[in-house]
Design a protein around this ligand. Structure first.
Ligand SMILES: Nc1ncnc2c1ncn2[C@@H]1O[C@H](COP(=O)(O)OP(=O)(O)O)[C@@H](O)[C@H]1O
Ligand SMILES: [Mg+2]
Length: 220
């Protein structure tokens, strides 16, 4: 998916959080967003997703203004984990997946995805009984269920053990090489793991970009 952000500023109440951000991503790009707590990373993602209200002519997905965009099935999103995350009612992994799954995705494809993410054996578990890492995998699977064209992951590996972090990066890199556009927000930039090609550093709402080729040219 093609994503274009033009001079986007955004704030809550009187305080400006994002300051005049512009960038564009092409099909198959892999952007990593890094920055301190409170620098505006999650806010930016919520603007791209239409969760935060933005004025027209600021965010375009496949050329369509976010305010007119309807094809949400093309986007997979893993929100930042809440420490006290908890469903107010009992629901199984399978049930929560079916809430998100479009009818075009077959049962077989769903089970293949569960296997790939490593949650096949968790299908009938109550989501509230899962560990942090298991829960995170379920949310990653849910974001991927409709074979999205863009996958937006907000600090997805917090609380996930090393083996599963490595498995996570393998899956993300594979999807990216299959043409899925990836936006990954992370605290720890791990060049050996993620095959990203752009890095955005957010500092108090101001974005600075490095492309991976620039990093190589920089003498490192
Ligand atoms: N819903 C909200 N209402 C008011 N302020 C918010 C809201 N969400 C985030 N903020 C503030 O916006 C700033 C950026 O937050 P956030 O985008 O979550 O940063 P990051 O994800 O980089 O840690 C912080 O100062 C935060 O307190
Ligand atoms: Mg955040």
């Amino acid at each position: 998916m093609h994503i274009q952000i033009s001079n986007l500023s955004f704030g809550y109440d009187y305080r400006t959080v994002l300051k005049n951000i512009s960038f564009s991503l092409e099909i198959g790009d892999f952007l990593v967003v890094v920055g301190n707590n409170g620098s505006g990373k999650s806010t930016l993602v919520k603007c791209i997703l239409g969760i935060n209200p933005v004025p027209s002519k600021k965010v375009f997905l496949d050329g369509t203004d976010i305010n007119d965009f309807k094809k949400w099935v093309k986007i997979g999103y893993v929100p930042q984990k809440m420490d006290d995350f908890n469903y107010e009612f009992p629901i199984s992994v399978n049930e929560i997946m079916h809430v998100s799954k479009s009818s075009k995705v077959s049962e077989k494809e769903k089970l293949e995805l569960f296997d790939r993410i490593g949650i096949l054996e968790l299908q009938n578990e109550n989501i509230n009984s899962l560990s942090g890492g298991q829960m995170q995998r379920v949310f990653i699977a849910r974001a991927m269920i409709n074979k999205p064209e863009v996958l937006i992951l907000d600090e997805p590996t917090i609380g996930v053990d090393t083996d599963n972090v490595n498995r996570f990066y393998r899956i993300i890199n594979d999807l990216n090489s299959e043409g899925v556009t990836i936006i990954l927000i992370t605290h720890s930039l791990q060049p050996g793991k993620a095959n990203f090609n752009h890095v955005m550093h957010l500092h108090e709402g101001v974005a600075e970009f490095t492309s991976v080729s620039d990093m190589h040219e920089g003498g490192g």
